[in-house]
Design a protein around this ligand. Sequence first.
Ligand code: SF4
Ligand code: SF4
Length: 435
Amino acid sequence: MAFSIKGIKVPHRKNTAGTEVKRMVIENTVTLPMVMHIGAPAVPVIKAGDEVSIGTLVAKAGDGISSPIYSSVSGNVVGISDVVISNGRKVPAIKIDSDGKNTVDENIAAPVITDKATLINAIKDSGVVGLGGAGFPTYVKFNTDKAIDYLIVNCAECEPYITSDTYTMLERADEMAYAIDVILKYIDVKKVIIGIEKNKRTAIAKMKELASKNSKISVKVLPSVYPTGGEKVLVYRTTGRVIKEGKLPADVGCIVCNCTTLATLGNYFKTGMPLVEKCVTVDGSAIQNPQNVIVPIGIAIKDVFEFTGGFKSEVGKVIYGGPMMGISVPSMDEPVLKQTNALLALNEKDSKQGEETACIQCGTCVRNCPFGINVIELARSYEKGEYDKLEKYGLGICMECGCCAYNCPANRPLVQLHKLAKISLREWKEKEGNA
Ligand code: SF4
Ligand code: SF4
């Protein structure tokens, strides 16, 4: 497979960049699913009737890779019941009625960090997961024995519409700098590279200002193409290092951390306030007033839309995240999750996908793939049930970025096909005893 650096041009539609950010008034019920991260579900530590404040621990991290969850409002616990999250999985969720008082938990205090072990514990206790959308518990990335040359701060924000990371860069640079200082004190990192797309001029200036205060930090301005923010692509574009299939950034001496993730850690290191709120971009062709809003985690999506002024046309589709990698939301009752960075509402016209026709073997999908995956052969093997060939054709390295499907003249749902292929491959391996 050839590693490409060209990417694809997508319309930016950054309508909300640099606009005023409003904080949502909190007088609603929040729903906190025990799965808002990759790994084991969190385990509730409260019961119905308990009083909680902002920042109260309501669920501890489960065994293995997991993340704790904190109340995003003050009020009373209604109870714990199952909810169906957007991937169709049923998970327990804690419901809390807000009392509208926004009382902060009196036990909130900055963590005591004295070495790498206490730093890792603090990152875990913060409840922070990959806030760029990935949801991978952040402490796991830093808990490595591998030699780390580069901490790469992901400021690419390459998906159309989304500008919540731009808000972080413009308004939370001090928190980012604080987190970097603490991390550099206890983890031996040679350099910090802030990777940012060139279409964000004001944010670049802000990041250069941040970098000017520490000789270990530099800013790398990257081409404004999609998917520059993909972890493997970003590592390549900032360091020239290639992460092979099945390997992690740490295997090539890198840790990648999204800028909002970093700023949230900075705030936690400084104040002890864990992850309880998110800046979310609300945009899309059906949205009346595109804007960034700071909302409590767990608030219903419909409440966020109402707060921003609702819709200007019939909604055909709602998406968690951007149009390229986002997930379709089945119900507006679903909550904002830890990793939600955008809520897009598209009108009927923009929600319709063109009719699928037969593949014309044009090769556009292969040329567009950042990893040069042979998408044609991959699709063919999956459809013929030749699961033993899926890895050979690069399924394992596919990051579901959607570049292959973007300009497919046959409107083939290639990303969905790759997702299904991954499930089929896993099942086939289990059956064959090759897992
Ligand atoms: S872009 Fe679409 S039509 Fe062209 S080869 Fe790929 S799947 Fe076939
Ligand atoms: S979704 Fe997978 S196959 Fe398609 S372009 Fe992205 S990495 Fe390549």
